[in-house]
Design a protein around this ligand. Structure first.
Ligand SMILES: Nc1nc2c(ncn2[C@@H]2O[C@H](COP(=O)(O)OP(=O)(O)OP(=O)(O)O)[C@@H](O)[C@H]2O)c(=O)[nH]1
Ligand SMILES: [Mg+2]
Length: 358
């Protein structure tokens, strides 16, 4: 039996299994088997080099993937946000390959990928969905584009989920430490809804014989399985509703991040800011002694980055030559504060490096 058939069989079995405490262990087993088979399938697809037509080199400071069903306006949006000139059309599946474009915003070069529209079952490989979703996996942010005429939101989120993508979710707070003996030990810092026995069972089924499992959140079966799989991807995401020019009552869409009109160029500045923020990008202005800071071409870093991270991406052997830095801005206590490599930078800091001459 092929991997696909086996998955289908297990999914049917899961459907037929009632959801209650008595069946929890059984459901856990089935779910975990499905997860493993899907991982295998993903690996097989990679092995065939199936992604060749879609492979796009990552460029710029960060990458955004546009995700949506056909005709929601992804290509129109790409063209308005970037220098790209991709065909758009009133019919479905206008776009059949991955089209990149570059958005320059706040000094950052943000690559935007317009990928072919998904169809239901995309995560299972329908309509080249596996390849499309593998491009999305490599992005730094998912931009979900919805059409008010036909939202199908649950459907698209389901495809994203089935592809192992977890949008706007933190990785589960689970730590697994392998041991030499003692079986599977579960300890939790919160009350757990899932039975300890179920967790032990899942551990055994995933190849662990002796391990310490420490759980710090009240998670469900699916999230515990996520913690055991290493092909899950946790990405920030934004949900926009496009074609706002067609919407009469905008108040119905308050739960979404933004209402935009790609065609009429409405809401696009807000969208650009949101992309920059959600990816956690920060600008650091480099400054030479006695000169003005360079505000045109900031160094683009990520929230939490330190002076050391700046040294890493700057050209030249900065790390070896670094003596100290002077920082003026949101992260400094006072102007020109003297700091070391481990100083955490913030958006719009001005950074001056004091380097050894070699
Ligand atoms: N009214 C309105 N129409 C829009 C807007 N944005 C896009 N459209 C129209 O929607 C249709 C589909 O746009 P595309 O950009 O080709 O959609 P797509 O998501 O790239 O579609 P596929 O490539 O087939 O997946 C075109 O007729 C566009 O003119 C908008 O903001 N308002
Ligand atoms: Mg298109």
């Amino acid at each position: 039996m092929g991997v696909e058939d086996r998955i289908e069989e297990l999914e049917e079995k899961l459907q037929k299994t009632p959801v209650n405490k008595a069946t929890e262990k059984e459901r856990g087993r089935i779910k975990s088997q499905i997860a493993k088979l899907k991982e295998k399938k993903q690996k097989l697809a990679k092995g065939t080099g199936d992604t060749s037509g879609y492979a796009v080199e990552k460029r710029g400071d960060a990458t955004v993937a546009l995700v949506g069903f056909p005709s929601v306006g992804k290509s129109t949006l790409l063209n308005k946000l970037t220098n790209a000139e991709v065909d758009t059309g009133a019919y479905e599946f206008t776009t059949l390959e991955v089209n990149p474009g570059m958005l320059k915003h706040k000094g950052a070069n943000i690559q935007i990928l317009d990928v072919p529209g998904l169809i239901g079952g995309a995560a299972d490989g329908r309509g080249g969905g596996t390849q499309v979703l593998s491009v999305v996996r490599n992005a730094d942010l998912i931009l979900i584009v919805l059409d008010p005429e036909e939202m199908r939101e649950e459907e698209i989120m389901n495809e994203v989920y089935k592809a192992g993508l977890r949008m706007n979710k933190q990785p589960p707070e689970v730590r697994v430490e392998k041991k030499d003996r003692g079986g599977i030990n579960v300890s939790a810092t919160v009350d757990l809804d899932v039975e300890e026995e179920t967790i032990q069972d899942l551990m055994y089924n995933n190849g662990y014989s002796n391990a310490e499992v420490i759980i710090r959140e009240d998670l469900d079966l699916d999230r515990f399985i996520d913690a055991l799989m290493n092909n899950r991807k946790y990405l920030p995401g934004i949900k926009v509703v496009n074609k706002a020019d067609m919407i009469e009552d905008k108040s119905e869409y308050e739960e979404y991040d933004l209402l935009i009109s790609a065609e009429k160029e409405e809401g696009l500045d807000d969208l650009k800011d949101m992309i920059f923020d959600r990816m956690g990008l920060i600008r650091v202005y480099m400054k030479e002694k006695g000169e003005e800071p360079d505000k045109e071409e900031p160094l683009i870093l990520r929230e939490g980055d330190e002076v050391a991270d700046a040294l890493e991406i700057l050209p030249g052997d900065m790390k070896d030559r670094f003596k100290h830095a002077r920082v003026t801005g949101p992260s400094s206590k006072f102007p020109e504060q003297k700091v070391g490599e481990e100083h955490e930078l913030q958006d719009e800091d001005i950074l001056q490096l004091n380097l050894r001459h070699i």
